[in-house]
Design a protein around this ligand. Sequence first.
Ligand SMILES: *Cc1c(COP(=O)(O)O)cnc(C)c1O
Length: 342
Amino acid sequence: MLLSRFPRLHFAHLPTPLEPMENLSKALGGPQLWVKRDDCTGLAGGGNKTRKLEFLMADALAKGADTIVTQGATQSNHVRQSAAIATRLGLACEILLEDRTGSDDPDYNHNGNVLLDQMMGASLRQVPGGTDMNAALADLAATLENNGAKPYIIPGGGSNPIGALGYAHCALELLYQANNSGLNIDLVTHATGSAGTQAGLVAGFATTRSHVPVLGYGVRAPRAQQEANVYTLACATADLMGCPDAVGRDQVVANCNYVGAGYGIPREDTLEALSLFARYEGLLLDPVYSGKGAAGLIDGIRKGEFDKSMNIVFVHTGGAQALFGYRQAFGFDTYPVAAPSL
Ligand SMILES: *Cc1c(COP(=O)(O)O)cnc(C)c1O
């Protein structure tokens, strides 16, 4: 699998480390948990969108774009990472933020990722929750084009076959790390939203016939819809890689039981997962994605869904910058701060 056939820029800090989570594994009584540190991809705070943007921005430059147009929820990590690379490449960055949670918390609407987007010079517009974001992006791009710009549309989360190549590459990187260290990976797990991360991982493992199962924990859509989205994109990505028919429907598995009231609204177990990762491993998860993924993994371990002998890799997809938009969720408002019981 030769991904260098595809245009790509190199700005991510790769390979990201693959580290054991010894304390957390012990506290939960096994299996062996590992963390793939894609929160450390280096682009203005890092996260999983950076790998996708290496391929997407190469395509944007090849097409002569001078403006990036993309969208996300108010606390989107994808928008932050897009704003960072756009500004570094000297491109304008036009953003639509969808008010998916309806929160009127000033931290949610102005701090965290929103603060960072503005700091990097992105032009932000908020639109109501439920807006047809693809249509709105196309409208915005058409307006910009009429004004003489050359816009390049990046879909939400950077999730199209070009962006998903970034996670096919991550699958190869994981295989290389596992092969070199003698680690037999039994399962790769992570939070799945716009589907590009899981689709790319599945395509990467399928096209190399490495038989590493991937389990995505959903953060928004119900299971049937999430799996259909991931499967469609994984097939299109494998096709782009020159391996049509490589991906089997049974290789796409999502568990969407940890979404709770909706996208961007943390549950009790989301907050508990954040606390466990922070206090056992010094790792910062986020309340929208990785916290829900970790909550699902922890609950599955407690329910005995995973054999104790397994090696499970949790891909930390980043997002801790959004924590500053969620200060109120934690209730740490008074000193001394009582240590939560674990
Ligand atoms: C976007 C995002 C995800 C989900 O990745 P998709 O490719 O959209 O499925 C997971 N975690 C974080 C922190 C993200 O920002």
